[in-house]
Design a protein around this ligand. Structure first.
Ligand code: PMP
Length: 366
């Protein structure tokens, strides 16, 4: 037999538009305090874990069959959670909101088409667009990380993207967009407008959801996830609300039986326990606001946050600060504009560990 010769990625007939690209890569490092991927730090309660186990036991005996292809019961319950008069025909679900976004780009993007976002924003939007062979157009946010509606409308009119992404509250900055800004961009956009509301439940009281714009905007899509406020990142369940015609479009690209029986069951149990799960949101908001105040009192620049993380800076050598924190067993994220770092909000104890580690880090000007 001929000896196997090792080949590299460069030797493979990879798509030209994927050559030289980097994969998504939040480091998964095993340290005591992990505040780097905007997870909810509170694990399921014993009661919820028992409910999940019971649902798996119930469904285990029918795993020889494919799941409900259209996840009707789950979508009905998600619609009831969202309110706004939504029903099953206006709600769709997939494996994490990342898959929801991928399906949107498969249906409305593609070769010869473009998608636009206002950056800094969620790094997966351009990566998913590229994977769906959709050209990425980078729009800009202002110095305060908001979006200037006049400039955004001008950019949309100039580039005429097929899909516009508006992330609110935005990752990694925490910035929520006023509904007027979303409405103006939606009016100007020639194609689909996706409002990524992954962090909506963490927004400060009174922040309205873009769901209220759906009746007047049939090309608007609002995406949500159970990974953050619902503390179910491991379940992989994302969902969206949109016009029923949008869901018809997504049926054309989704894989048959994409949402496993066990995923559907787990998500329904989580929804049934939503009082307990969403109860963590108030604690996380309080910790977030305290974290913003503490960092500001140390003389740092801190972006206002409506999410479960805080962007702070500015560090001429942010890598050194990130490494110093890691040295204290605290993993945060080196992401966003240069000189800024992002910390996800953890438990009271984890945030105390973060503050202790930060206090030991030399901060410019402090
Ligand atoms: N949108 C935004 C803005 C996010 O930050 C994330 C997760 N980091 C997602 C979508 C994807 O979340 P998931 O696939 O877990 O639902």
């Amino acid at each position: 037999t001929t000896p196997q010769r090792a080949i590299t990625l460069a030797d493979l007939p990879l798509r030209d538009d994927l050559r030289g690209r980097s994969p998504y890569g939040a480091p998964q490092i095993d340290v005591p305090v992990r505040l780097n991927t905007n997870e909810n730090p509170y694990p399921p309660s014993p009661g919820l874990a028992a409910g999940l186990a019971e649902a798996v036991r119930r469904d285990a005996v029918s795993l020889n069959r494919y799941p409900d292809r259209d996840a009707v019961a789950l979508r009905e319950e998600l619609a009831a959670y969202l309110g706004h008069g939504l029903g099953v025909e206006r709600v769709w679900a997939a494996n994490g909101s990342n898959e929801v976004l991928q399906q949107i780009l498969q249906a409305f993007g593609g070769p010869g088409r473009s998608a636009m976002g206002f950056e800094p924003s969620y790094s997966m939007h351009p990566i998913i667009a590229t994977g769906a062979a959709t050209r990425w157009i980078s729009g800009a946010r202002e110095d305060d990380f908001g979006i200037d509606p006049d400039k955004a409308v001008a950019a949309v009119e100039e580039h005429r993207p097929d899909v516009v992404f508006l992330t609110s509250p935005n990752n990694p900055t925490g910035t929520a967009l006023p509904l007027e800004v979303i409405a103006r961009i939606a009016e100007a956009a020639p194609g689909m407008v996706v409002v990524d509301e992954a962090y909506f439940e963490f927004a400060r009281t009174g922040t309205p959801s873009a769901l209220s714009l759906l009746p007047d905007n049939p090309r608007l899509i609002v995406t949500r996830t159970m990974s953050k406020a619902f503390a179910m990142a491991g379940t992989r369940l994302g969902y969206l609300a949109a016009d029923p015609a949008v869901i018809e479009a997504l049926l054309l690209v989704r894989l048959p039986y994409h949402l496993s029986t066990l995923t559907q069951a787990a998500a329904r149990v989580a929804l049934a326990h939503r009082g307990e799960l969403l109860g963590t949101v108030d604690r996380l908001r309080a910790e977030r606001d305290a974290c913003v105040e503490w960092l500001r009192a140390r003389g740092l620049a801190v972006a206002d946050s409506d999410a479960n993380f805080v962007l702070f800076g500015r560090f001429p050598d942010r890598r050194a600060v990130w490494e110093a924190l890691l040295g204290h067993g605290v993993l945060i994220r080196e992401v966003g504009p240069p000189e800024w770092l992002r910390v996800s909000i953890g438990t009271e104890d984890e945030m105390a560990a973060f503050r202790a580690a930060m206090a030991a880090v030399p901060v410019p000007g402090a």
